[in-house]
Design a protein around this ligand. Structure first.
Ligand code: AMP
Ligand code: TRP
Length: 338
């Protein structure tokens, strides 16, 4: 007998540093779009993932609230979707332990994000950073989530989640865990650094000019796009002409993603345009879409009690789904509950 699984979306963002445009286009914007489409939607601020690298305890709580505020300000509806922070649902860490015993060291050694983050310092990073993908698999499978919308950098981790589900099901002769689908589509899946088109936009980085923070005000957003690095050539007449022009490609992709257009449509609207035309148009579009979110985030952050209440209620709803799935997992594994 094969189990049928409720269509359920799960995704998460770490509260390490602030939110940047890549988080919005690669994740949050699409989470908003997946509401009201016949899924149960579960969105999580993954604070246990954040502490795999050092986080100042004096800042972590507010960073957690700020990520939640970004999700709410972008249009996550906490009455229909479940919004919570990971550490308030202890079942995540419990299932992660089971998965630490399912995943193989050889699998973990292939994780490119770990290799990138550990760099030449792999002996000195935390054990948690190494085990991180098993915790991510637990986040997803604790809810039997069927769909996980993420940016391209997370594809390998969702594939590992499928490997863990497959091995668990095989080892315990069951069909308990679903094979979750990564949802990675559209032009915003890999937003690049505004000063270097070969690097991903991220919250950590030397210069603030290389990223758009979700808390940036209108003037800052506009200035950063106008100063974004490009090559000297104008936009091409067709998308094929963006090949080997990473900075140009990135700005067209950002425009497309913000306006819900395809890169082809953007190029058709600005064929052969110079940067003096395209950059101000992109800056205006970004301000129109992002400044209201930043304003709403500030308003929400002024009432921490309200955010904390939303997260507490979300955690309670999440636990109602998670606890029975963890209990059944313990039973399958043969752990005694007396
Ligand atoms: P993180 O900030 O690493 O917790 O990432 C949370 C989500 O944002 C994940 O789904 C990432 O794939 C996505 N994300 C982060 N940076 C980018 C980026 N530069 N482009 C596209 N998606 C991103
Ligand atoms: N690892 C993800 C990142 O770094 C964040 C994350 C943790 C996540 N758990 C998840 C994303 C579960 C999707 C589903 O971006």
């Amino acid at each position: 007998m094969t189990q049928t699984f409720t269509p359920r979306v799960f995704s998460g963002i770490k509260p390490s540093g602030g939110l940047q445009l890549g988080n919005y286009l690669g994740a949050i914007k699409r989470w908003v779009d997946m509401q009201g489409k016949g899924f149960e939607n579960i969105y999580c601020v993954v604070d246990l993932h954040a502490i795999t690298v050092w986080q100042d305890p004096r800042e972590l709580k507010d960073a957690t609230r700020e990520v939640a505020a970004g999700m709410l300000a972008s249009g996550i509806d906490p009455t229909t979707s479940i919004l919570f922070n990971q550490s308030q649902v202890p079942e995540h860490a419990e299932l992660a332990w089971i998965f630490n015993c399912v995943a193989r060291v050889g699998w973990m050694n292939r994780m490119t994000q770990f290799k990138d983050k550990a760099g030449s310092n792999a002996e000195a990073v935390s054990l948690g950073l190494y085990a991180y993908p098993a915790l991510m698999a637990a986040d997803i499978l604790l809810y039997h989530a069927t769909h996980v919308p993420v940016g391209e950098d997370q594809k390998q981790h969702v594939e590992l989640t499928r490997d863990i589900a497959t091995k668990f099901n095989h080892d315990f002769k069951t069909d308990f865990f679903p094979l979750t689908e990564p949802v990675i589509e559209g032009p915003g899946m890999r937003v690049m650094n505004l000063r270097d088109g070969s690097r991903k936009m991220s919250k950590s980085g030397d210069s603030d000019m290389e990223r758009i923070n979700m808390t940036d005000d209108a003037d800052t957003i506009s200035k950063k796009f106008k100063k974004a690095k490009t090559d000297p050539a104008p936009l091409p007449e067709t998308v094929a002409g963006l090949k080997d022009r990473p900075e140009a490609r990135n700005l067209v992709d950002i425009y497309a993603s913000l306006s819900d257009m395809t890169p082809e449509q953007v190029i058709a609207q600005y064929p052969g345009a110079g940067w003096g035309t395209f950059k101000p148009a992109l800056a205006d579009l970004a301000v129109e879409k992002l400044a209201p979110i930043s304003t709403e985030m500030k308003r929400l952050m002024a009432d921490k009690g309200e955010i904390d209440l939303i997260l507490a209620k979300g955690a309670e709803r999440a636990r109602a789904i998670a606890a029975p799935i963890l209990r059944q997992t313990y039973d399958i594994v043969g752990l005694l509950r007396s």
